[in-house]
Design a protein around this ligand. Structure first.
Ligand code: 0A1
Ligand code: ZN
Length: 889
């Protein structure tokens, strides 16, 4: 474990290293407890830096020897995981021999074992746990790697790039030698040595090169790789067409591993994936799993250009690769959905994807931006970089790129990308370099836009409007304000693209004409707000319109607009922008749920039920869109809108809403279940997925309402399901009801999938997320505790922890925050237990309570001692210490 008091690292302190590495030759003799790593690296003076020693980082390494040009170094200093070596001349050969223990490495960072195989994870700072190295992304070197292992245990030996040679060694061992022709930073190094088999495909790139694609998995999973392979091929084609970017290697490999901290990792030519984002077959994966596999495969593949060919100068620039790559994978998924939907359905399909993305942003990033961990997409400081793989860096970062795309237009954006690659291919650069390329390619000044990189907090956008009947003009005043965040009391105005439409009383969009313009133009246009407040006057209207602001969610802001029930219902029915139509429904639900939670209302307004009924029964609307529009906002988002946040009161309100909509519209929901049946064998297709999603939602409402017909239908659908999507939706509906029918269904499900780890994750998550519909039922925390004793559960497997504990802490606030404080005590116990094994996973769980000061005084009083207990616990990792320290500060 590293030192408890991690120093804070400042972005402003960046300095180039005096010595970098030109070439590195690595040799591994793989052994479960005593792997020998020989590192021969050619260190060269950095012409961009002043004089200084060679600096190497080292963590959890047993160093057996270190020489410089074959001799013991004249002067070597070592402190806090850093080694400084004085060296003469321009170029020296540094050789380091280290011994490591992959079996004992429970952090899953560096070299570790999983199911008897060897895997690596080096981003962000795992390479220093393999060998001593200047482990920073601005050190780009050429790698050759030799792997030696016992052939029986590890018949497959993989590393980055091209296979140079392989063969037998004495005593049942064998070896393989790999060479990566591209310069890369150490965080993109990877090796895999395991008993795996591959699904292979040979494809031809746009320029006519033949390349080999492989998906490596355990033999029993070979029948679950086809979708990942197809997703990879689609991603390759898309990047060629959308950005003119081609695969640059002769071979591209994806490897699945069941113990992995994150989703996947873009190591050069050797992507390593959490099995959750590779494996899919109809009997075990839901439509959402299929969708996730496609987008994660795409995300990692797209990193090959945005991240690998052009990488980050330092970790503060993480959003340079992550925000951009998330934006790219979002665009890819939207294009794939639109293509499948055909010309008629394309717009709705794109909106469905946009809604998904914004739902994630609101549920995960908005709370982060309003809490003690709030940081700009390019942070100014951190204690532990692993804590900064956040929704802000990823999802808000993608929104910032999307705004550039909106402001510059698709062609301008593409020109900017082309210029970015032409300037920076093969280099480690900054976010400024990216935005400068965008500015230069478009002849634009983007200085003010850069504030998006520097300011934390979710901006509030508000609008005032006035209608002047005499001149038939509509004046809209938009203003912006970003609340203070830790360390940033004052904020400057941002560049905010506001896509807007005006809806006439007949429900039709009005062509827009600003005062001073000769004629009316399109019905949706983008206004660019750059000041704290700006006024726009629209003319040529015949009646007072209803504004539809921020269409397509054109900026990651909170729109503060007073809209009464009637106006929300009107926009739910008429807004031509499907995103805003969905958003109107979300806002309406928010109003209703928060009024119930506050005790201002005790039942659902009839107009609300009618507005939902109208959407539900509008057969012209795409089922996938209806499923989105009829789903309630997440509790996480609603708690953010509640002050003080009272998760238990909110839960009671949500029960009333689910029950009320389920009961009032029971016949309609049943009708939907009937009308939306999908015939034929399962295929992952958005049209079928939309019908299944709407059916699943219908079953949830019906079961929440305790409707007998709905419960019987869910049971029948569970038993007759021909695929996991339908089976799981029916099971989820039963679990989210007061009915005892869920008990045998959960048992049957467990029996059927008892040896399938990924499916069992669903089973754990479902129970951890269960609401308590019945006062007599045990508290969910007791179920979670009992499930931890299940032989399939393990605190050492991140997927299990995320499924059971993560779901309980993050997706079940009504139970987690039960008034007796049992959830909070349990949380502290688990964070402490995880801290000793896997600090990254522990820190993620720890973050579940960071926004504790937003809760009611009673909850705060229950949470504080638990935060303090964790902070006082022994051997606290810097990861957890940073989270808890900030929460308590
Ligand atoms: N770069 C990967 C995510 C990733 C980040 C850190 C990891 O270990 C600490 C692992 C993976 C991505 O964006 O997909
Ligand atoms: Zn990424």
């Amino acid at each position: 474990m590293r030192t408890e008091h991690a120093p804070t690292i400042q972005r402003a302190d960046y300095r180039p290293l005096a010595w970098t590495v030109e070439r590195i030759d690595l040799h591994f003799r793989l052994d479960p407890t005593a792997t020998l790593v020989t590192n021969r690296m050619v260190c060269v003076r950095n012409p961009d830096a002043g004089a200084g020693p060679i600096r190497l980082w080292s963590e959890a390494l047993e160093r057996l020897s270190l020489t410089v040009d074959g001799k013991a170094p004249v002067s070597l200093r070592e402190a806090d995981g850093q080694i400084e070596i004085d060296a003469d001349g321009e170029r020296v050969l540094v050789e380091v021999l280290t011994r490591i223990n992959p079996q004992a490495n429970t952090t899953l960072s560096g070299l570790y074992q999983s199911n008897g195989g060897y895997f690596t994870q080096c981003e962000a700072e795992g390479f220093r746990r393999i060998t001593c190295f200047p482990d920073r992304p601005d050190v780009m070197a050429r790698y050759t790697v030799t792997l030696e292992a016992e052939r029986d245990a590890c018949p497959v030996l993989l590393s980055n790039g091209n296979l140079l040679e392989q063969g037998d060694l004495p005593d049942g061992w064998h070896y393989a030698k790999w060479e990566d022709p591209f310069l890369k930073p150490s965080y993109l190094f990877a090796l895999v040595a395991a008993r795996l088999e591959a699904l292979e495909r040979e494809v031809t790139t746009a320029s006519g090169r033949k390349v080999l694609l492989q998906v490596w998995v355990e033999a029993r999973d070979l029948d679950r790789c086809e979708h990942a392979m197809e997703s990879l091929i689609h991603s390759m084609r898309w990047d060629e067409e959308a950005f003119g970017l081609e695969l640059d290697l002769d071979r591209f490999m994806i490897v699945a591993v069941s113990d992995f901290n994150m989703g996947a990792m873009e190591n050069k030519g050797l992507n390593i994936f959490n099995t959750k984002f590779v494996l899919a077959k109809p009997d075990t994966a839901t439509d959402i799993d299929y969708e996730n596999v496609e987008s994660v495969v795409a995300h990692e593949y797209f990193h090959n250009w945005t991240g690998n060919r052009v990488t980050c100068r330092d970790w503060f620039q993480l959003t340079l690769k992550e925000g951009l790559t998330v934006f790219r994978d979002q665009q890819f998924s939207a294009d794939m959905l639109a293509r499948a939907a055909g010309p008629e359905g394309a717009a709705s399909a794109r909106a469905v994807k946009r809604i998904d993305d914004v739902r994630v942003l609101r549920a995960a990033q908005f709370p982060e931006d309003g809490g003690p961990m709030a940081h700009p997409i390019r942070p100014d400081c951190y204690q532990e970089i692993n804590n900064f793989y956040t929704a802000t860096v990823y999802e808000k970062g993608a929104e910032v790129i999307r705004m550039l795309h909106t402001l510059l237009g698709p062609e301008g954006f593409r020109n900017g990308m082309d210029l970015y690659f032409s300037y920076h291919d093969g280099r480690a650069v900054t976010c400024d370099d990216f935005v400068e390329a965008m500015a230069e390619a478009n002849g634009r000044d983007l200085d003010q836009f850069m504030h998006w990189y520097a300011q934390a907090g979710t901006p509030r956008l508000s609008a005032r409007a006035s209608w002047d009947a005499a001149s038939a003009s509509y004046t809209l005043t938009l203003s912006q304000h970003t609340p203070p965040t830790p360390g940033q009391p004052d904020k400057r105005p941002l560049v905010i693209p506001v896509a807007l439409g005006l809806i006439g009383p007949d429900g039709q969009d009005c062509p827009l004409q600003l005062d001073g313009e000769a004629s009316p133009g399109a019905c949706t246009r983008v206004l660019t707000l750059t000041e704290a407040e700006q006024t726009f006057r629209f003319v040529g209207l015949t009646a007072e319109p209803v504004p539809s602001l921020l269409r397509g969610f054109s900026a990651p802001v909170i729109l503060e607009l007073e809209e009464d029930d009637a106006r929300l219902a009107f926009r739910m029915a008429n807004d031509a922008d499907p995103f805003n139509r969905w958003d109107a429904a979300q806002r309406y639900s928010e109003r209703v749920a928060l009024a119930l939670a506050a005790g201002i209302a005790d039942e659902l307004p009839q107009a609300y039920v009618d507005a939902f009924a109208a959407l539900l029964n509008d057969g012209r609307l795409d089922p996938a869109f209806r499923a989105q529009a009829l789903a309630l906002p997440t509790e996480g988002y609603l708690l953010e809108r509640m002050s003080p946040a009272d998760p238990v009161a909110l839960r009671s309100a949500m029960v009333v809403v689910m029950h009320g909509l389920g009961q009032a519209l029971a016949d309609d929901w049943l009708g939907v279940c009937d009308a939306m049946q999908v015939s034929g064998p399962y295929r992952y297709h958005p049209a079928d997925a939309g019908r299944r999603a709407l059916t699943g939602l219908a079953l949830r409402y019906l079961c929440a309402a305790g409707d007998e017909r709905g419960l019987a239908l869910a049971q029948a659908r569970y038993e007759g399901a021909g695929n996991m999507t339908e089976r799981f939706a029916a099971l989820a509906a039963l679990v989210q009801s007061a009915s005892t029918a869920s008990v045998p269904a959960l048992e049957a499900f467990h029996q059927r999938y008892h040896d399938d780890a990924l499916v069992l994750d669903k089973w754990f998550a479902l129970q951890a997320g269960a609401w308590r519909w019945n006062e007599a039922a045990p508290r969910t925390v007791e179920c979670v505790r009992a499930l931890m004793a299940d032989p399939a559960f393990s605190l050492s497997n991140p997927n299990k922890v995320y499924a059971l504990l993560g779901t309980f802490f993050r997706a079940n606030p009504g139970e987690f925050h039960a008034a007796d404080g049992s959830g909070h005590v349990f949380w502290a116990d688990q964070v402490i237990a995880l801290n000793a094994r896997n600090p990254q996973v522990a820190a993620r769980m720890a973050r579940a309570l960071e926004n504790w000061r937003r809760y009611t005084p009673a909850l705060q009083a229950s949470i504080r001692p638990q935060l303090e207990r964790v902070l006082a616990s022994e051997d606290l990792s810097p990861d957890v210490a940073e989270v808890i320290g900030k929460a308590l500060s």
